[in-house]
Design a protein around this ligand. Structure first.
Ligand SMILES: [Zn+2]
Length: 172
């Protein structure tokens, strides 16, 4: 078999979820690719260049086994890919949460005749909090009782940006 000369990229095709219980990939949500090496179907794809110039896609563990001298490269690419997916899932969850809070705050303000610059009285704040959490629960999402802070959002955005920079921006 032609040997692996270069690791082009490692792509995690799975969807990720993030909530109070943690951030993790959802098995079965990715694109199953039949591995060039073992024939099994993997959701994490290692794109590698072979000595004949062609590109093959295989499981990341398989790629590392096939080319042991590139094992560390595959491992690093995999861990960076997973870190990016995790950071993106966290950011998406925070953004979604902030959106829902804004929507509910708007609705409750409307119901009580408050304008967007009026302060929300504490009683209404609790109503908003409970209804928002209930809304998340009804959607099958984890219940959140606090809106995300601006600092949390900025931190999540920074984490994604830092990892993408580390990846050299040459990945999707
Ligand atoms: Zn494989």
């Amino acid at each position: 078999m032609t040997t692996i000369v270069r690791v082009i990229k490692v792509v995690d095709t799975r969807k990720w979820t993030s909530g109070p219980g943690g951030t993790f990939p959802i098995p079965g949500t990715g694109t199953m690719n039949e591995c060039r090496r073992c024939g099994a179907r993997h959701e994490i794809h290692a794109h590698v260049e072979l000595s004949d110039g062609t590109v093959a896609i295989m499981g990341d563990t398989c790629a590392a086994r096939e080319a042991s001298h590139l094992g560390a490269v595959v491992k690093d690419a995999r861990s960076l890919t997973l870190s990016i997916a995790r950071a993106r899932a966290k950011l998406a969850a925070i953004e979604r949460l902030a959106d829902e809070w804004r929507r509910y705050e708007e609705m409750i303000r409307g119901e009580h005749g408050l304008r967007s610059y009026d302060r929300i009285p504490p009683g209404l704040y609790y109503e908003l909090r409970d209804r928002t959490a209930e809304h998340f629960g009804a959607k099958g999402m984890a219940r959140w009782y606090m809106p995300p802070s601006r600092g949390e959002l900025a931190k999540a955005q920074k984490a994604v940006a830092r990892l993408l920079e580390q990846a050299g921006g040459h990945r999707a």
